[in-house]
Design a protein. Structure first.
Length: 183
């Protein structure tokens, strides 16, 4: 899902003023606009939008993950509804279409969202569905990076080193130790 004009949903907590926009006719050159809502281009909008969305989800029974603050989970009996947020994009995962429609309608009523249908591509991941399950692939993302770097025709090569983690006895922490290639 995509949230329409997400940044306009955030209320500003700070006092923010801006010059009058081009084309606005006013005799007083010292006049400014006092903003009450976030606008694209300010530093606050993404923080304010995320705060408002987080408050909304938590008030509807979702719990924010401690490991990933953009992940929200709601447990209903044996079902888990999962929402993953990236700026103004929302991925919703649930195996019950009625629950999907319910949260979609809830979000649309509060924020006006656009349902993009089944997920096919997100943050460099291609998502393919089959009768065997869901497959994630980054082939297009990697191909695009190689193409931009002018290395599309390059051949793969193995790295002649074995990297492993070992505990450093002196400082008591794990560190990456490099071993010479054997063989």
């Amino acid at each position: 899902m995509d949230v329409n004009n997400a940044f306009l949903h955030g209320n500003l907590e700070e006092e923010v003023y801006m010059q009058l926009p081009p084309g606005f006719i006013c005799d007083d050159k010292n006049r400014v606009c006092h903003l009450h809502k976030s606008l694209y281009g300010l530093k606050q909008p993404s923080r304010q939008w995320y705060s408002k969305l987080s408050e909304f989800l938590c008030s509807h029974g979702y719990n924010q993950s401690f490991d990933d603050h953009s992940l929200y989970l709601k447990f209903i009996n044996s079902h888990i509804i999962t929402l993953l947020i990236y700026v103004d994009d929302v991925i919703l995962v649930e195996d019950d279409i009625a629950k999907i429609n319910s949260i979609t309608n809830l979000l649309d009523h509060a924020f006006k969202i656009k349902n993009m249908g089944n997920l096919t591509y997100f943050l460099g991941f291609e998502v393919a569905r089959s009768s065997k399950g869901i497959q994630l692939c980054q082939q297009k993302y990697i191909t695009d990076i190689l193409n931009e770097a002018g290395m599309l025709g390059s051949a793969p090569i193995s790295t002649p080193m074995n990297f492993s983690r070992h505990k450093n006895k002196e400082i008591g922490e794990f560190s990456l130790i490099q071993h010479p290639f054997e063989g």
